[in-house]
Design a protein around this ligand. Structure first.
Ligand SMILES: [Fe+2]
Length: 293
């Protein structure tokens, strides 16, 4: 009997005051497959505990393909708004590489008194919402994901922001992923697009933008979204194979620090079973374990 309490009609469940590492792995994984995002209120983990929790699901990735980790913690990415860019674009983590992480964990260290929430969307519900002709169309599409586009444009022209963009794009990646990904564990289909998806294979830039905008509008419907209001000590686990997320830039200059640890994933497969392929860049083995092609 799961102790997770549903907190959204289509996505999200939470559990309070429990050590995530003390819960049976099967129970957590089953809840994750069902709810897509799990909030562990008052999890009380430190860096070690977060790493240990993530490792229960498989081998970890390093912090990021191009962005430096927390000092002395190669597997932990610092998430804070101080770098001059904020993740206020809907995206799925690191989809510009061929094998994006399967799971992401976020842990709140410092949160502003208001704002600074994280929004997480269920992309399987979005897929189910598509009208039949659009769903069949999407099933056949592939999208090119890249790290070199305006997601990383600095909000300001501060030296730090410009430097961050240079770091983010210091290695350039382009990968083709199926627009409809079949979840490797549940078999569920979901729209696998988000901010790094910049082009549809075989279409022009302007056609691509229009098609992606239409599909993306189904992902970001309010019905499909969980809004997480952070308290320090909270841990969130979400399924990066079948969600997108967004961090509203609504907290001014107040500090906000989260730590992210991600679990390595496989190459996404579309409805025909074909898997993602690299267009530009390497297979990022400095970031994520090598996988058979
Ligand atoms: Fe993210």
């Amino acid at each position: 009997m799961s102790e997770f309490r549903r907190i959204g009609g289509r996505i999200g469940a939470e559990i309070t005051g429990v050590d995530p590492n003390a819960l049976p792995l099967d129970e957590v994984n089953d809840a994750l497959l069902e709810h897509k995002a799990l909030v562990f209120r008052g999890a009380g983990l430190d860096d070690e505990g977060q790493l240990r929790f993530a490792e229960r699901f498989g081998e970890l990735t390093r912090a990021h393909p191009t962005v430096p980790s927390v000092e002395g913690r190669p597997d932990i990415l610092p998430v804070n708004g101080e770098e001059g860019i904020r993740s206020n674009v809907w995206h799925t983590d690191v989809t510009f590489v061929r094998t994006p992480p399967k799971l992401s964990t976020l842990r709140a260290l410092v949160v502003p008194p208001y704002g600074g929430n994280t929004l997480i969307a269920n992309s399987a519900a979005a897929y189910r919402d598509l009208p039949d002709p659009l769903r069949e169309f999407a099933d056949r599409l592939w999208a090119v994901h890249t790290n070199d586009y305006d997601y990383v444009l600095p909000r300001t022209n501060t030296d730090k922001a410009v430097e961050y963009r240079q770091t983010f794009t210091s290695r350039r990646y382009q990968t083709a992923h199926p627009v409809v990904r079949v979840h490797p564990e549940s078999g569920e289909r979901g729209l696998f697009i988000g901010g790094f998806a910049q082009k549809i294979v075989g279409l022009s830039n302007s056609e691509s933008r229009d098609i992606l905008r239409i599909l993306q509008s189904y992902v970001t419907r309010p019905e499909n979204i969980l809004r997480v209001q952070w308290t320090p000590g909270d841990l969130v686990l979400f399924d990066n194979r079948i969600t997108q997320h967004y961090a509203p830039d609504d907290y001014g200059d107040q500090p906000r620090t989260l730590h992210r640890v991600t679990v390595a994933g496989d190459a996404p497969a579309g409805v025909t079973g074909e898997t993602s392929y690299i267009i530009e860049g390497d297979d990022a083995t400095h970031y994520t374990p090598a996988q058979a092609a």
